[in-house]
Design a protein around this ligand. Structure first.
Ligand code: PEP
Ligand code: MG
Length: 527
């Protein structure tokens, strides 16, 4: 709760649209210098944040530094400069083109990356124009920041302790303003729309409830005391959970339940560890493929997998092979237009059909297996043949690497149980693999015929439905018979209301977004 600070963002207008022909080389040099300066500045910020223990924020700045120097982006900008567009106009136009492309993607995470491209392009243009971005550093009274959109570079400029909360017109749950706010422990309400924002602009005081997702403009005394009480409760809860970060989760009778993290990128690994992750139960590799305009090479993939393996050392890290297709577009791959994308060419179906995509990934995982305790798992499986085919390719890749004289790690193979078919056939699948990981997000959507992204079906997006629980039970029984373990890596794994049921059914690993880990460990400890 606090006074409103309105931030108007930067509206950059290039001062010149075009350049004379004889200055192209000079302009290209200026452009490269600006890119270098911005990338260096971003890397320095990242380093500082990492040293001060803010891994998640550091990762965002590292990602931006990489984006600033992205070869595809740069070459497109340079091409425009060669066609006599001014470098500042070129970088803004290319940034906008990529941003529009990202924003149109159905995947919420990728759509949220539009702001990142705009932010980076804006910084390069500002550098070229020679204008300092300004505004937020002037904040000298602790305030609620109200703005259209907030970029990571904006949040980094806010003096320590001066932001009490954020209210933004744009943004979603997975946009970086949300991720940053969460990791800075600052309550935020994002995506309120411009109309709601205007109300906040005229206010003296705004109260922000980031948990429930609403803000109150000029609250009355009763509302103020409610907010004060809420905020005290939250602080107390956070402190009470602190100790759970360091424990190994066990039930009262001593049953060991591993509480692990879901990762979307290698740069999240350190942070996950600091939340108390006992391993990585799901490394979603698709973002590695989707966050660049071309496919990552085997070596680039190796770096990412090896980095996570290194951070987690002895602890298990489960790398899931590519799960795009249907609604998620993959730059560099021809994907068909589909009527029912969730019932389409996704996950293992695509991997088996596209060895050029699948083999380099498996080779990278095998090579990174020498660095730590890596396991591989396949998504969207519906039958034994798919597992056999995938394992066959894995074996071929292993032989291939050995014949090239490369070292490979010993990689256990697991399978995701996220289709009704896989759950029903669990007894047949179990002898083929070393573990199961139940993907409740998709399992629920397929069992209940309820699109996981449809807001009207919220009532049905629930793993507590008896049909889903019965399939989880069957899966656990089949695993027990075959002597393999079962984890859950869908959202249900981090839900305190569901954890007791999952543990009772026989699940021994729960994998979730890292910030949910301390609470999950507490729930397990009290069972
Ligand atoms: C799931 O389906 O539950 C899962 C963990 O995979 P994703 O959310 O990436 O589809
Ligand atoms: Mg899934």
């Amino acid at each position: 709760m606090g006074p409103v600070f309105v931030h108007f963002g930067r509206e950059l207008e290039p001062e010149r649209e075009s350049i004379p022909e004889d200055s192209v080389e000079e302009e290209l040099r200026r452009l490269r210098r600006a890119v270098e300066t911005v990338a260096e500045r971003l890397s320095e910020t990242a380093e500082g944040l990492r040293e001060s223990g803010s891994g998640e924020e550091a990762a965002i700045f590292e990602f931006h530094a990489e984006m600033a120097e992205d070869p595809e982006l740069s070459s497109e900008v340079e091409e425009r400069v060669r066609s006599l567009t001014s470098p500042e106009a070129a970088v803004l136009a290319v940034g906008e083109r990529y941003a529009t492309e990202f924003a149109a993607m159905e995947d919420e995470y990728m759509a949220a990356r539009a702001d990142d491209v705009r932010d980076v392009a804006g910084q390069i243009a500002a550098e070229l124009i020679g204008r300092e971005a300004q505004g937020l550093e002037a904040l000298d009274v602790p305030s609620v920041v109200v703005t259209r959109a907030l970029a990571p570079s904006d949040t980094a400029r806010i003096p320590q302790g001066m932001a009490l909360g954020f209210v933004t017109a744009e943004g979603s749950r997975t946009s970086h303003v949300s991720i940053m706010a969460r990791s800075m422990g600052i309550p935020a309400v994002v995506g309120v729309g411009v109309a709601a924002l205007e109300t906040a602009l005229g206010a003296r005081i705004v109260a922000v409830d980031g948990t429930e997702g609403f803000a109150v403009v000029d609250p009355d005394p009763d509302t103020m005391s409610e907010f004060e009480a809420k905020s005290e409760r939250m602080v107390a809860e956070r402190e009470a959970l602190e100790d759970y970060k360091r424990i190994e989760a066990r039930t009262r009778e001593g049953r060991r339940i591993e509480v692990s993290a879901n990762l979307g990128s290698a740069s999240e690994a350190e942070d996950a560890l600091s939340w108390g992750a006992e391993g990585v139960g799901l490394f979603r590799t698709e973002f590695l493929f989707m966050e660049r305009p071309r496919l990552p090479s085997e070596d680039e993939q190796y770096e990412a997998y090896a980095e996570v393996a290194r951070v987690f050392g002895e602890r298990p890290v489960i790398v899931r092979t590519l799960d795009v297709g249907g609604d998620k577009d993959l730059p560099g791959v021809d994907q068909p237009q589909e009527d029912n994308p969730f019932l389409g060419w996704r996950g293992i179906r695509m991997s088996l059909d596209a060895p050029d995509l699948f083999r380099p990934q498996l080779r990278a995982i095998l090579r990174a297996g020498t660095v730590g305790n890596l396991k591989v798992m396949f998504p969207m499986v519906v039958g034994v043949e798919e597992i056999r085919a995938a394992k066959q390719i894995l074996e071929e890749c292993e032989e291939e690497l050995k014949s090239e004289g490369q070292e490979v790690g010993r990689i256990e193979v697991g399978v995701m149980i996220e289709t009704p078919a896989a759950a029903i056939l669990a007894a047949e699948l179990a002898p083929e693999v070393s573990f199961f990981s139940i993907g409740t997000n998709d399992l629920v959507q397929y069992v209940l015929a309820a699109d996981r992204g449809n807001e009207r079906l919220r009532r049905l997006q629930n793993a507590e439905h008896p049909a889903v629980l019965r399939l989880i039970e069957k899966t656990c029984e089949a695993a027990r018979e075959a002597g393999i373990w079962v984890g859950v890596c869908g959202e249900a794994a981090g839900d305190p209301a569901l954890i007791p049921k999952l543990v009772e059914l026989g699940v021994t690993e729960l994998s979730m977004g890292a910030p949910s880990i301390p609470r999950a460990k507490k729930v397990v400890s009290e069972l």
